[in-house]
Design a protein around this ligand. Sequence first.
Ligand SMILES: Nc1ncnc2c1ncn2[C@@H]1O[C@H](COP(=O)(O)OP(=O)(O)OP(=O)(O)O)[C@@H](O)[C@H]1O
Ligand SMILES: [Mg+2]
Length: 429
Amino acid sequence: MITTLLHLAEGRLVRVSGPLTVSVVDGQVLVLGAIFSRGSSFHVDEFKSYGVKALVDSSLKIYMSPGASVEEPQSGEEPLDLWVSRIDDVMRRGCSSLAVMGPTDAGKSSVAALAANRALLRGLRTGVVDADIGQADIGPPAFVSASIVEKPILSLRELRPLYQRFVGSISPQRFERRVAAALVESVLRLRAEEGVDFIVVDTDGWVQGVNAVEYKLEALRLSGIESIVVMGDRELYRLVDRMYGRYGCGVVYLPSPAQRRIRDRGARRILRSRQYRAVLSGSRPRRISMSDVSVQGSCLFAGTPLTPMELQEIGRILGVKVLAASVTGDALVAVVAEKPRGNSVARLESLYERQQVYLVEKGSVKGVLAAVVDERGREHPALVDDIDFATNTITLYTPFEGEVRGIVFGNVRLNEDYVEVGRPSRCLL
Ligand SMILES: Nc1ncnc2c1ncn2[C@@H]1O[C@H](COP(=O)(O)OP(=O)(O)OP(=O)(O)O)[C@@H](O)[C@H]1O
Ligand SMILES: [Mg+2]
């Protein structure tokens, strides 16, 4: 670790990239719209960079781990002042809610945190809804989470979820209705139950095409969000402005930082894995009879179960043991002990006159991400361990200890290290 002492004259700005910790020895600095005074300190993790601006002559002690850097930005590179002034302007105009939209890595979550910090400085009770299921910060990925901001934050990750809703996928495509419903519910609950004065919504980075944008705007409009900040994409800004510009405080454009830490797919996967681990590690196993719960998000459990004789018949065609199977309108789902060989699936399709036959290998139900639903309809993260088809019972890991009324299965599967494995599938089980 390298320790340096940095003097920053009033008005000067540096860009710091983690992992590092800054302690304010003297003076006062602005980071993400929050003010850090003498004696306080803040941490910047390995995947983050921020502008740090001296509000008065300041001295900073910086503890840098390998990979960290402190640089002087070129003129026009650092957006911090512009971000603060545009966000302050929305608040000055009396608007009490703001959503951030933009492509991945545009700076959405940073501006969401900044807006929360500015609202706190105004003494407003502030709530945040994290509707970015792919790069979730407050709760686990595949969940929409909401929280109250009690103190200045440098990342939404510092917040603990107060509410959470399971979407079941880390990508919003085909799951738009769950994201939208969860977003609307979270905003309304923050207002009704928590009495917040200001709400910030962070959204997913899927902004290609009108549908991607429109589903988010629909949810924001229905939850009464009064202004939208579009980050780093002028064409997107014009589209959102045409669709939302006349509501409330309208649509604001903010540039992304010209120089910033970018996370590649690997880094994003690691970040998601940390979030899964944070909520699921330490969970205890629970055995639940599938006939005692309502089930959503499963192809198998949605269908009419086949009889033992039919299972045998299918097993004969496939040449493998079939543990369970069901049919719905156009699909047949069968749980098999192992992968069958040859083109026996096609024979099954024609025999049962189903357009689709999904085979689920028994071993692959382990690690499927799910949520358990309690008697008040609240959802809690869970991970499938095993399903015993002979007794129709499921074993899953969840931190929730109360009565379970329902299970919602997702399309994400995790290994023992909480790392996503395989591709998301329409019918994981
Ligand atoms: N003022 C700044 N100067 C330089 N870099 C910054 C600044 N503010 C934020 N960043 C960095 O820009 C990167 C992207 O920011 P952020 O995580 O907010 O984007 P995002 O749009 O939420 O990304 P994602 O799609 O992963 O959710 C981060 O590394 C962040 O630390
Ligand atoms: Mg983000």
